[in-house]
Design a protein around this ligand. Sequence first.
Ligand code: CA
Ligand code: CA
Length: 345
Amino acid sequence: MNINRKKFNSKHMTILVIVFLFFIGGTFLGNQLFGLSLPSFGSTQSFSPARVTKQQAGDQLIVSLLDSGITIEMVFVPAGKFAMGSENEGPIHKVYLDDFWIDRTEVTNAQFAAFVEATGYTTTAEKRGESRVDDVSGINNADWKHPQGADSNLNGLDEHPVVHVSWYDAAAYCQWRDARLPTEAEWEKAARGVDGYFFPWGDLFDGGLLNSCDKNCLALWREFAINDKYARTAPVGSYPGGASPYGALDMAGNADEWVTDWLDYDYYSVSPLTNPQGPTGDEMPRPSLFNHRLRGSKVVRGGSWRVGELGVSTTYRNGSYPDDPSNELGFRCAYTPEHIRNGSP
Ligand SMILES: [Ca+2]
Ligand SMILES: [Ca+2]
């Protein structure tokens, strides 16, 4: 006699049906509200693992955000080794990375607004009621919708990079797209390619190819010989001549960019040489003479509109506390093809 079968009566069946319907309904609602399914891809690219294996460096992927009319361009970075680091950020070491895609530009205000509209997400700065503006902390009501504080707004800024996003806000947006923040190694490879470029376009600085602290910038160290036309952020993709070898834009300047990794200035000497993910363990970088001040920081890359030549190189490493947003700091997302995620060749 099977006791379990005896106990499995019509009441249990009713509960099972309810659970099943709840699961189906929840999945449907989840997809509708949060876009948790795979991103839907535009008509210019069909997407399948087989298709991805044929991608070439710099190929473009169009991602449509569900029901928002917003599209996102991603560029392809093929698997292989590249030299990471520089004389200042060392040791220089060869790193192998799998195939990945990365957003062509920083995430824009319009793209972030689609995420907030779909999910009702509230950013760290909004919860706190203040953020950092032009490196002054505690500016009341500064947040992504009010980049200079309470009296400012997003008029004319739809295509500018979203700023005042914490690392957590950035990670949540990317997750909504079934994407993620790039690792520090992915960011650097996407920015400099395999020829060790010191800037996305080559080895020599050119103030006409990026939005940095030019003559319009309000900081004391502004560079009067450069006119990039913007005092703070510029619309993403404003400097096509500054593209990286894979076609990624604004990898130097405009918004500084969050990446996945915790900051540890000693990490390059111990990091794995294949798909490094940043320091692990207690999620705190090991203290050293140089990184003590930034203990507990996430790496930020590329420099912002508020820094000059030295801060916008493809190798320069800086950090910020993950819950410390500012009007300099934005991000872009990365995406790993599904067959790679599943561990297939
Ligand atoms: Ca500028
Ligand atoms: Ca940037």
